[in-house]
Design a protein around this ligand. Structure first.
Ligand code: SAM
Ligand code: SF4
Length: 455
């Protein structure tokens, strides 16, 4: 029997990227072969995102394109057989939310696996090849789910994502995540630490502790944290992971209300806790924050920013902002601009509000016009870019430690990596440096990227 080829595409957040890495690991262990092209694939997996309507629409467009390209392929192939059409499986958030209704939306879909069922992907594929139609699995994770990822399946060979908490209990009024990813569930600290130690032994240089809200980490037991002090379970976990000696530790995303300043103290104590905090603010207006039910005010957010900025580690800040939330006035938007000016973010993900069926905000009037949303988006983008340039100008002539991750996409004589404060730097160098941590002096700043020379 020939080896079945699987092509997978991933949409959305780091949790999805991390899930896809494990799905690929699992499939290769079961004898499937992951392939980089949909052409000739026996199975196509789409790991989906439902956070915004646009992301969901992309999925339906992609299914259409895949069916068309496989049909073209069949027509052009002299020995075309219908059985060569790929099996299409939908994974992730859209799968979890839409379930079997996806089969009515698109006849080409063969199976649907929810966010916690991804560990059963090989069984699902086998069942479809055995003739099962319209397979749906939206069940819970199996006992003993294996969180490890094979080296060959990592997006970046020297950087590993380590999930520490799944799901979300916050129910911000605009957000679909608590419905697609379920309630918060923290992994045991001893398992996380054991995994980080294994990654370190295998040559991983940087880990990213990931979750929708990492700082809401609350494991059922103290196991693994006994020797570590801290104001919250998360700041204790940070110290415990730092003590493993892995070279660089980053964590994302942090939820402002649960951001205890002891996180900054931990960063000050351990150099391998990197000097970067991603703290999504969403808006600079208290009226909008209240309507979003974020649980923080702009004053409480800024007091955390002040504490972060007071750190001797020169911690860089990034954020997420939504423009055009229902009833957002020009005055509310001006407050967002003012807040951005104050915080001096190194970068920000800006989103136009997208109504998501099933969320409380979906019942509110989507009364900021598309034109106003676009104008606010562009104005905010400009403000964030200006701030970024101010931050970047202060880096010129300074030396940063860089993990060399890959050959630059745009210029193959250049290498590319991230600083500890999560800024991309490109510089001239040879591929022998891949995976090394090097010192780079910053010479030039462009949009989102710094350029430098090795020193
Ligand atoms: N848990 C993180 C937090 O609370 O900040 C964010 C996780 S969410 C998957 C990523 C980002 O998507 C959010 O910070 C928000 O800016 C954006 N987002 C979520 N729902 C949205 C919606 N309905 N419309 C536009 N942007 C949205
Ligand atoms: Fe969504 Fe809010 Fe949960 Fe973040 S905290 S995932 S924005 S509900």
């Amino acid at each position: 029997m020939s080896v079945k080829k699987v092509y997978m595409e991933t949409f959305g957040c780091q949790m999805n990227v991390s899930d896809s890495e494990r799905v690929a690991t699992l499939l290769e262990a079961k004898g499937f072969q992951m392939t980089a092209s949909e052409v000739g694939a026996d199975v196509v997996l789409l790991n989906t995102c439902s956070v915004r309507e646009k992301a969901e629409h992309k999925l339906y467009t992609r299914i259409g394109q895949i069916r068309k390209s496989s049909a073209d392929n069949l027509t052009n192939s002299p020995d075309s057989k219908d059985s060569k059409r790929p099996v299409i499986g939908i994974l992730g958030c859209v799968a979890q939310l839409e379930g079997e209704t996806l089969f009515n939306r698109d006849q080409g879909i063969n199976f649907v696996l929810g966010t916690k069922a991804v560990g059963r992907v090989s069984e699902a594929i086998d069942k479809v090849f055995d003739g099962q139609k319209n397979l749906v699995d939206l069940g819970e994770r199996e006992f003993g789910y294996d969180w490890t990822v094979a080296d060959s399946q990592r997006q970046f060979p020297f950087v590993a994502f380590v999930p520490i908490i799944e799901g979300c209990n916050k129910f911000c009024t605009y957000c679909i995540v608590p419905f697609s990813r379920g309630r918060e569930k923290s992994l045991t600290a001893s398992d996380i630490i054991r995994y980080v130690l294994k990654l370190r032994r295998e040559g991983i240089r940087e880990v990213h502790l990931i979750g929708q809200n990492v700082n809401s980490y609350r494991p059922l037991s103290d196991c693994g944290l006994e020797k570590f002090t801290g104001a919250t379970a998360f700041s204790r976990l940070l110290r415990a992971v730092a003590v493993t000696g892995i070279e660089r530790i980053k964590f994302t995303t942090s939820f402002p209300r649960d951001f205890h300043t002891d996180i900054v103290t931990a960063i000050d104590e351990y150099e391998n806790l990197c000097n970067w905090v991603h703290l999504p603010v969403q808006s600079g207006s208290n009226a909008v924050l209240r309507a979003m039910r974020r649980g923080h005010t702009i004053e409480s957010y800024l007091s955390r920013i002040d504490k972060i900025k007071a750190s001797p580690r020169n911690i860089s800040l990034t954020t997420d902002i939504i423009v055009g939330f229902p009833n957002e006035t020009e005055q509310d938007f001006l407050e967002t601009l003012k807040m951005v000016e104050y915080c001096q973010f190194t970068s920000a993900y800006i989103f136009k509000y997208s109504p998501r069926p099933g969320t409380p905000a979906f019942e509110m009037p989507d009364n900021v016009s598309a034109k106003e949303k676009s104008e606010r988006f562009l104005e905010l983008e400009k403000a964030v870019k200006n701030n970024q340039q101010k931050v970047f100008q202060s880096y010129l002539g300074k030396t940063f430690k860089l993990l060399v991750e890959k050959i630059s996409n745009k210029n193959t004589t250049q290498l590319s990596g991230h600083t500890t404060c999560q800024t991309v730097v490109n510089f001239e160098g040879s591929s022998e440096l891949l995976g090394k941590i090097v010192n780079v002096e910053i010479l030039e700043a462009k949009a989102n990227t710094l350029y430098g020379k090795i020193c």
